[in-house]
Design a protein around this ligand. Structure first.
Ligand code: ZN
Length: 134
């Protein structure tokens, strides 16, 4: 059901501060930045093979990213796995007793359907399922 790692989301205090590390030190290909109003984040994307790194910066103090950093500090925020069908995947996860944050897919960065599994069900790792069609 899971096809590959779509991306790794990293909570950062400042995109401007961290972009040079990923782009100039690690030499990753910088793709773009995008604001996702719904989640109150600004995202910077980097390609790593056919996977991405997403740096997530809060645009509001009520953003989940701002709350995450306040609790745990900057660092890895979530793992995203690409699936064929987001709705079907969350239904299957639900059937396996997983706690869901999203019971219906919602729209994520890039216009992809996404849904999150609760870290209480995934041994502490906030897990995203993403449906992406190239
Ligand atoms: Zn994500």
């Amino acid at each position: 059901m899971v096809k590959k790692i779509s991306h790794i989301g990293i909570a950062v205090e400042s995109l401007e501060e961290q972009i040079p590390y990923y782009r100039d030190v690690l030499g990753l290909k910088f793709v773009a930045t995008e604001t996702v109003e719904d989640q109150m984040v600004r995202v910077a994307f980097f390609d790593v093979g056919d996977t991405r790194i997403e740096l997530l910066e809060a645009t509001d103090e009520n953003s989940p990213i701002a709350k995450f950093i306040a609790r745990k500090g900057q660092g890895v925020h979530h793992m995203a796995y690409q699936v064929d069908d987001c709705k079907m995947a969350i239904n299957q996860m639900d059937g396996k007793g997983m706690r869901l944050i999203d019971t219906e897919p919602r729209m994520g960065a890039g216009g992809h359907k996404i849904a999150f599994l609760h870290p209480k069900s995934t041994f502490g790792i906030l897990t995203e399922l993403t449906e992406e069609h190239e």
